[in-house]
Design a protein. Sequence first.
Length: 286
Amino acid sequence: MSEVKLVELLTLDKLEEGLFRGQSWDLGFRALFGGQVLGQALAAAQLTLPEGRICHSFHSYFLLPGDANKPVVFDVENVRDGRSFSTRRVIAIQNGRNIFYMTASFQTPEKGLDHQYADMPDVPQPEDIKSDIQAFGNNQAMSDRMCESAGYHKPIDMRTVDFVDPDKVIVQQPKRYIWMKAQEALFGNINLNQVMLAYASDYHFLSTALHPHGVSTSDKNLIMATIDHSMWFHHPFDFDEWLLYCAESPFSGGARGLVRGQFFNRQGKLVASTMQEGLMRKIGDK
């Protein structure tokens, strides 16, 4: 497989005013990777904004599984452009059906009251950790489809602290720490950094809620799917430099799991936060 560029995936074709099309990658999952739809939907909204407006948050719902072998069309509605804020609603469409909704809010940067009540955990540095691609390969944990699609996983260098073979059933705390960075130069482009991080934020996120239950993501009796995903951007960041993704699951129940995450730069600054709820259903459970 020739080298693939995530920037190209997140660069959309304009069909007409407010209507865009993005190509799809098959990452070897059961359906279209949710991070792709998140990143492309945010990119579509960015293309309709007044100059200088930067995303500070988005909230989204996954309605139907996407087809990784077909492009996705994004319909962007201009809800509001105020003096400081803009709001956009984005619908992702495949096969004539709405598969995803996003509402995103954008702001002209300004100064204000500033505090951070979040500490970056003390973990090994990324240079001392194997990449997940290497770890998966060494543990033979990748499915045949994922092996065939390995090139599509390489644009984001991910290095999980205390990596555990996902095929092994191990009960552990519902936490995960992952160093991440884009393999491509982003040249300080705020919009591109944000869509890249939105894409990456869906990696290994919901599966954190499986840790206390000793259930593997490869369990054939397990059905997992993202229901909703929200993200807040706090400070500008460079995703072509290392960020630490700290994910934890405070709750699971009712065949759903809840996860929350924080992205820190290497200086310990909290640059973004995430929340997600997803379906976690064991076939046969009541």
